[in-house]
Design a protein around this ligand. Sequence first.
Ligand code: NAI
Length: 258
Amino acid sequence: MNRPVAFITGASSGIGLATARFLASSNYHLMLFDRDGGTLEAVASELETIGAKVIAIAGNIACEADLDRAMSSIRTNFGCLDAVVANAGINGVWAPIDDLSPDEWDTTIRVNLRGTYLTLNRTVPLLKEKGAGSIVIVASINGVRSFTNAGATAYSATKAAQVAMTYQLALELARAGIRINVVCPGAIDTNIDASTEIRDRQETEVPVIWPEGTIPLSDGEPGMASDVAETIRFLLSDAARHITGTPVFIDGGQGLLK
Ligand code: NAI
């Protein structure tokens, strides 16, 4: 049987990288996409040693031309597409609303929201050609059931929008045989802090103290990227064939507490 083909954005690091590893070991061929092309090449080489065919494309998810290059490479190298993981994202600037500049707002919206839109806009035609497929968007507890990351207004807005897109598109895409779900991680140990700038936290924060830690299930320890990747693998698989339009929280109860 032919191996399924998955497209993963943000595959150089964190949750996207863990998902690439999980899918490669589950018999997928992979099209990996990230703005960090150097690391992506190393990831592709690593995964080819376990038998997957892996193509790496360096690009920006908010740029049409970059995604078009990726789609044409999928057609040339694989001929079809089965699964999409819309994962790439940034934390951006977290600051008081009256200090957050329009450029800072636009950068977060452009990467997280326009990037998610473009990822789906460009990949859905390939899934429709196949008459089946599965999409997983990586959102967050922020903007969905947690609002305590002070100053994260632009970020929260994009993550809430990703969940809304999932609900809306589950109905639209069902008739094409395409499922779409969304994972909402809490704090996960990745490199996301590198894409975070926090200003004037004392102005936006509501001062509360969590003496026993903020993640009930793990004694305050963040989750691992593999915790999210395992759920994504399940949602993409046939075992989830009757699941669409569904958010899954992967936060050890964090979003219920704070
Ligand atoms: P990360 O920073 O480790 O990985 C993100 C990857 O996306 C990086 O390789 C980066 O180069 C890539 N990327 C960023 N902007 C891009 C763009 N415009 N075009 C192409 N690639 C781009 O972060 P992590 O944690 O793995 O984040 C993945 C997703 O998980 C994000 O959407 C984030 O919002 C979400 N998330 C992360 C949480 C965490 O605590 N780490 C919690 C909740 C959600």
